[in-house]
Write a new protein. Structure first.
Lengths: 245, 319
């Protein structure tokens, strides 16, 4: 990381409540430019809510949120418009007339340009998720928000998709916030791993591991044990077990 | 044990409250090609990753195979045969129901004199005008109610109330208002068309997937863009179902309307035939109504196939 890193995302004292139930409670968060941050937490801990707020999809909040202008989201399900061809989905919402060549360039980047003219229904889960990534990247986002984008994929497809995201991140240099509940995924991809609990960032670990990362390295295993412990899981003795989702 | 492990495994398939149709089909299509557990992969080596997941999988055919078209035709043809036999053997006297041969003969006669084509043209004109008026009204009402909260409050409750009135019962009132010529007939058709179209389009708009709307907002669609690219397309399947109902209702409404002082049209032919006990003409007119209805239905199905090509459809099981 160079020394001239700009702060890209700045969240101060953010709170969000749904019907008196506080989901996010005076949360602080900083993401540097080009940083890959993973956000871990139990289901319902408010991590997806935080992501929605950063995306600008939820504005009924208290506190200060500073985010870059260009943001994209890849959701847990691909959320493609079934009535638009794949390429049309990619460039949907861009100003001007739909540019198929542009869409195909980004589809090629995620490795499925041959499906540009297909209907989304003909894609597999992994392919649809790639289209969703292409749709996010075509906007050249400064901040890419990933909401458990691999959660619905099978283990093999997930591994490929994770490597793809790592590649794309290095190529585009955008900041990334990855919401996940998979500790290994977080450690494979992120510079920094945050654990969310009680509506705040309860723990944070710099994952200063060399890339590409090795699941078996002692540092990796130590960090994973630490994060699992912070998540309230005490089975570091069976270190491979959490891979089964 | 309340650990992330159990939480993780508990939520691994995405728990959408109301999964959009696409998501479901994508997952369904994924299942055979990409098994969730890696250990299951070698069990299906023949299923390649690039196999078209949307392609229907056929069951092995049985030894004795009747073409589907023949199977479908066997019911109606059998009924016709029974009717024909009952007429020729005298079980079914002509004063009750004319034989199919008489009906066909009468159809040829009336076509030759030009009476039947004229009647069809007159009825078709009524149905078309009434349909267009009703469709325009339904479209305007459902878009207003579907897209605006105020429109919903004002329109939807009223439509619910009016729907409770059987529209056929409005014939006497329409005669009082519009007289006994074309207007009440067209108005009745328009009214019959409005309800099914309105409720299906409105329901379609309101069932637009919130997740897709969110995704649309995220990619930068404004209000107009959301309506054009997300809300209206998701209302389309419902609208087409409504269209089918509306067209069949249009012909039904016409049958009722043409019983009232018609001087042209299929209903006019029918009421004349009733006075002279010409059951063959009555049956012919009923058949014409049926054929016209079927043609409309066929047209809508063609239209649906074109407009809903993006939708994964279920064609029924079996060969």
């Amino acid at each position: 990381m160079s020394t001239t890193v700009r702060t890209h995302v700045e969240v101060r004292g953010l709170s969000r409540a749904f019907d008196d139930k506080t989901v996010i409670d005076r949360l602080d968060l900083t993401i540097r430019q080009g940083e890959f941050v993973a956000l871990l937490g139990h289901s319902g801990c408010g991590k997806s809510t935080l992501l929605k707020i950063l995306a600008g999809l939820d504005s009924e909040t208290e506190g200060e949120v500073t985010v870059p202008e260009r943001r994209s989201v890849a959701f847990q399900s691909p959320r493609l418009m079934p009535w638009l061809r794949v390429w049309r989905n990619v460039v949907l919402g861009l100003p001007g007339s739909p540019d198929r060549a542009l869409a195909e360039r980004y589809l090629a980047e995620v490795g499925i340009e041959e499906y540009a003219g297909s209907w989304p229904k003909t894609l597999s889960g992994g392919q649809a998720q790639r289209v969703s990534l292409a749709r996010a990247l075509v906007r050249e986002p400064e901040l890419l928000l990933l909401d458990e984008p691999f959660g619905a994929l099978d283990a093999l497809t997930r591994g490929r998709a994770q490597r793809l995201v790592a590649d794309l991140w290095q190529r585009h240099g955008c900041s990334v916030l990855l919401v996940t509940h998979d500790v290994e995924e977080a450690l494979l991809l992120a510079d920094r791993v945050l654990v969310m609990d009680g509506g705040r960032i309860a723990y944070e670990a710099e994952a200063g591991l060399e890339r590409p990362r090795d699941l078996g390295s002692p540092d990796f295993v130590r960090l994973r044990g630490e994060l699992l412990h912070r998540l309230g899981v005490h089975d570091a003795s069976a270190p491979r077990k959490e891979a089964t989702t | 044990m309340p650990s992330p492990h159990s939480a993780v495994s508990g939520t691994s398939p995405p728990a959408h409250g109301s999964a959009p149709p696409t998501t479901r089909t994508v997952q369904k299509a994924t299942a055979p090609t990409e098994p969730a557990a890696p250990s299951a992969k070698p069990l299906r080596p023949s299923v390649t990753k690039n196999a078209h997941p949307g392609a229907p999988r056929k069951r092995p055919r049985s030894r004795f195979h009747v073409p589907r078209g023949v199977r479908r035709a066997s019911g109606p043809v059998g009924l016709l045969l029974v009717w024909f036999l009952a007429s020729t053997t005298g079980v079914l006297p002509e004063s009750v129901l004319a034989s199919p041969v008489d009906v066909v003969r009468r159809a040829v006669d009336l076509t030759g004199t030009g009476e039947l084509p004229q009647a069809i043209a007159a009825s078709g004109r009524r149905a078309a005008i009434g349909f267009l008026i009703g469709a325009a009204a339904a479209l305007a009402l459902s878009l207003t109610a579907g897209l605006f909260r105020l429109g919903e409050d004002v329109i939807d409750a009223s439509m619910g109330m009016f729907r409770a009135i059987p529209w056929v019962g409005l014939i006497p009132l329409f005669i009082v208002w519009f007289g006994i010529d074309e207007t009440p007939k067209v108005a009745l058709v328009a009214l019959g068309v409005t309800y099914p179209l309105y409720f299906n389009i409105y329901g379609g708009i309101r069932s637009a997937d919130a997740q897709l709307i969110e995704a649309g907002r995220m990619v930068g669609l404004g209000r107009i863009g959301l309506i054009r690219y997300v809300i209206l397309p998701s209302a389309l399947p419902g609208a087409l179902v409504g269209l089918r109902y509306a067209l069949s209702t249009a012909w039904l409404a016409l049958v009722f309307a043409e019983q009232v002082n018609a001087d042209a049209g299929i209903g006019y032919l029918m009421s004349n035939a009733q006075q002279y006990f010409q059951t063959d003409v009555i049956v012919l007119c009923l058949a014409v109504y049926a054929v016209l209805g079927l043609l409309c239905d066929f047209a809508v199905r063609l239209l649906s196939r074109r407009l809903l090509a993006w939708r994964a459809s279920f064609d029924g099981e079996g060969a």
